[in-house]
Design a protein around this ligand. Sequence first.
Ligand code: NAD
Length: 454
Amino acid sequence: MHTYTKTNAHVNGTTPAVAGDQRALLERITQRHASVVVMGLGYVGLPLALEFAEAGFDVLGFDVSVEKCDLLNRGDSYIADVPGTRLARMIESRNFRATAQPEALRQADAILICVPTPLNKTHEPDISFVRGAAEAIAEFGRTGQLVVLESTTYPGTTADILQPLLEAAGYTIGQDCWLAYSPERIDPGNANFGVQNTPKVVGGTTPACVELAAALYSQVVKQVVPVSSTQTAEMVKLLENTFRMVNIGLVNEVAMWCHQLGIDVWEVIGAAATKPFGYMPFFPGPGLGGHCIPVDPLYLSWKLRGINQTARYIDLAREINTAMPHFVVTRVSDALNDEGKALRGSKIVVLGVAYKSDVADVRQSPSLDILKLLHEKGVEVVYADPYIPNVEIDELHWEAQPLTNELLEEADCVLIVTNHSVFPWDQISQCSRLILDTRNAMAGRSVRGRVARL
Ligand SMILES: NC(=O)c1ccc[n+]([C@@H]2O[C@H](COP(=O)([O-])OP(=O)(O)OC[C@H]3O[C@@H](n4cnc5c(N)ncnc54)[C@H](O)[C@@H]3O)[C@@H](O)[C@H]2O)c1
């Protein structure tokens, strides 16, 4: 967690007198004269900051990483979904700049918190980043600001962590400071849904809080969905991601049943998806990855443990999903066995280590487990991924290999873990002797060798 030097800017009497005016703030928001500070310039914060900058707001990105701020101010984007040209345009127009100086929080009319909410070593919520951000606002902010938490977290975080910290700094929520929660729903790599066309759920500590937050978001989002409290808004996000986690767990288990029964799970899903109501398709895969789906439901189960409740669906889905890398390795072993080969000593090329297609993110990626498991079983395992130049797993280190004909031809098995659209699929299908396809990427392709599917 980042620590700040205490200067008591808010409590030492330098606070502007007129700042606590809700109507004036509403006017600045609707006229797009408000100054917006986005805290945390990662996958969530950077696209959000640029959206407000492009809508004409004066936007300052605040991140504790000086290195990231320097890159951004030079117009260099480190987020795949944010082209450098888009960032550079906003830097040139002076609508956006980045800083690591917490004093800059003072200039904000609205502060949007997009800091990480990971799990700690014992798989419990680590809200130290949220707490750090709130402490910085209490320290360097001023009256008259709207503060919105966007980080995914357990129900009660805004009321139990942010509110007391702001109140202890002397603010009266709903009168001279407005507090809200609005879950970030961005889906990195999704070409169809972005900030503007993904409805934004907003819950406020008071009605004035939700009114101001809704007014702000409606400047950049087509549909704002107000809900009755911050706790409700927090729970909405956890329902969404628990729904995904549980359904992925279900379909992964169905894939294992189908394998035992000798039925093609992909054909089953495709046919089931023709039902126009009451069914939506989820797809099996090598396991869950990313910063959200494997992590967020555990925030909810942790919260439930505090009231002596067990999140049974979450526990079961987690058990099934975390077993998938082992299932994949068993399937590779079986596929090699069918060719009279042992897993130990074989050469395997893993295609894709990012947690999903077309992103440069390996957080919680099942590929990492698969690489490690294969290495432990004595496999000569390498990987190719155009987005991830190298990976470190404990003391192990891999460098991405160029995807040459020789690499594919010499492999005893090519294991498709992430189906990046930029992979040369024709070359893969023509040069590989044996493919284990965990993503159904080979569907409809003519292949030279044999394809085993999940
Ligand atoms: N990545 C996604 O797809 C996604 C989607 C929806 C919601 N979320 C949620 O949004 C939140 C942010 O996720 P992310 O993927 O953007 O994280 P990230 O790690 O990409 O970025 C977070 C940034 O916050 C900065 N930071 C940490 N502490 C800070 C502080 N006190 N003040 C200012 N900056 C600070 C870090 O340096 C980093 O740049 C998480 O709660 C996550 O669960 C993420």
